[in-house]
Design a protein around this ligand. Structure first.
Ligand SMILES: Cc1ncc(COP(=O)(O)O)c(C=O)c1O
Length: 452
């Protein structure tokens, strides 16, 4: 018989885990109280209060797949900076490159020789001819949206319900229960109502895509090829082909954001599945955790953009960043691409992730839970529903904040850090088989505590 969750039991278990967390993190608590006097919310960015404990864990140091906190607790890190540290923390080759570069200058607003090699490597991996650099994936997305609107002279962009592409104004739009586009809940002080700038449809809905693009007012579709930020949602068979074909049919650019789907292979999901985007954006793990991001585009885009560019205004046109392309980021990127994010990296991380996923699936089967696990490359995620959601609306409806919080806190109290906001686990080649087995054991204990 399928198990059902006892809510009052969950509530009391959560309280016990909170007490345990307090007891084992006194120094983090102390630092948090002190931090609240100088940092808004006691954290460097407000979203860092969205962890499972009632205050954040303060880190002492991190290496490979592990970190220790100021209280001396040691953790297996399955969050890995929400992909920013997918390489494992402080990878040797990146470390060496930045240590050398830092002594030779960090930022000049002039290119160093290294950048050419990076451009050539990006060409090879991602199959697009031209590249530019930013510091964040958010900026990469902002810039390509501007380029697409400038070239097409169309006002709108299209995104998928419950997407996330960084803090890009146009993307904070969702569909309400009646299917009406609404500014996303808690969208903070948008400069323009996104209903004016953006069309939003469900992922995997070909008919809605055709309808939305047929008005020929959409400059670009900004898409993750597999949605990752409301949980992993795979495209239906043939969906991405239809997306490419329909965008071409209506003269709309296709932007593929690989910031998370770089977990699918060394050239991201697009290279692994022979997609043909007009633009590609990527940030996070590209430079082993040093701020760096990129955007690339086709020959056709490059020509069209060049034709419209006025040299004298190229520094004030809304696409920029003084520190973008700085020597430190470039050196880190060069080393990370060459020595860290290699074919071997992916082969090893995929094999471990497969076992990680199987471990959780075994527990779900053993207890006959109405849960599933989805996997993409070295990333996996468990869901509190029996079937995979087909789109963001279905996925959002399956979120159970209280249960999420319990699973995260239970793991954290036993030395495992999951990714906040969802139940995602990333495996780096620095993760070991023993780590995978330990996670399965802890996951099973959490399930036992809830259902036995
Ligand atoms: C798919 C995707 N694109 C872009 C971003 C933005 O990255 P950043 O916050 O580093 O700018 C994120 C962040 O989570 C993301 O998930």
């Amino acid at each position: 018989m399928t198990q059902t969750l006892d809510r009052s039991k969950l509530e009391s278990l959560l309280k016990s885990e909170e007490q345990l967390f307090h007891k084992t993190h006194p120094k983090s608590y102390e630092l948090y109280q002190r931090a609240r006097k100088s940092l808004h919310g006691g954290v460097p960015m407000l979203w860092m209060i969205r962890w499972a404990g009632s205050f954040p864990v303060f880190v002492k140091e991190a290496k490979g797949a592990r970190f220790t906190d100021v209280d001396g607790n040691s953790y297996l890190d399955l969050c890995l900076g929400d992909t920013g540290a997918m390489t494992g923390h402080a990878p040797e080759a990146t470390l060496k490159a930045i240590t050398e570069q830092i002594q030779k200058g960090i930022t000049l607003m002039l290119p160093y020789e290294d950048v050419v090699e990076v451009g050539e490597e990006l060409q090879r991996r991602f199959k697009l001819p031209y590249w530019q650099f930013t510091l964040t994936a958010t900026d990469a997305n902002r810039h390509v949206l501007r380029m697409a609107r400038m070239i097409t002279e169309r006002p709108k962009v299209l995104v998928f319900n419950y997407c996330y592409h960084g803090t890009v104004d146009e993307t904070f739009i969702t569909l309400d229960e009646e299917g009406t586009p609404m500014s996303r809940a808690n969208n903070m002080g948008p400069q323009v109502n996104p209903q004016e700038t953006t069309k939003v449809i469900e992922f995997n809905d070909i008919a809605a895509l055709e309808t939305a693009l047929s008005a020929r007012d959409v400059a670009a579709v900004l898409a993750e090829p597999v949605m990752t930020n409301i949980g992993i949602i795979h495209p239906n068979p043939g969906y991405l082909d239809a997306l490419r074909q329909i965008t071409r049919k209506y003269g709309t650019y296709l932007i593929i954001d690989e910031t998370h789907t770089i977990c699918a292979g060394p050239g991201g999901y697009a290279a692994a599945h022979a997609l043909e985007p007009d633009f590609l954006t990527l940030g996070k793990p590209l430079a082993g955790g040093v701020p760096a991001a990129i955007y690339g585009f086709t020959e056709e885009v490059a020509q069209a953009f060049q034709n419209r560019l006025v040299l004298e205004d190229s520094d004030v046109g809304g696409i920029g960043g003084t520190l973008a392309g700085n020597a430190l980021s470039i050196a880190a990127m060069k080393a990370t691409l060459k020595y860290v994010l290699t074919d071997e990296f992916y082969a090893k991380a995929f094999a471990l992730q497969e076992q990680f996923t199987e471990g959780m699936e075994g527990v779900i089967k053993e207890f006959d839970l109405p849960w599933i696990v989805k996997r993409l490359g070295n990333r996996s995620e468990y869901w509190f529903r029996p079937t995979p959601p087909k789109n963001g609306g279905e996925a959002a409806a399956a979120i159970d904040h209280e249960l999420d919080r319990y699973m995260h806190l239970f793991a954290l109290n036993r030395g495992i850090l999951m990714t906040p906001f969802h139940n995602m686990a990333l495996i780096s080649p620095e993760t070991t088989q023993a780590d995978v087995d330990y996670h399965t054991k802890v996951f099973r204990e959490a399930v036992v505590s809830l259902f036995q």
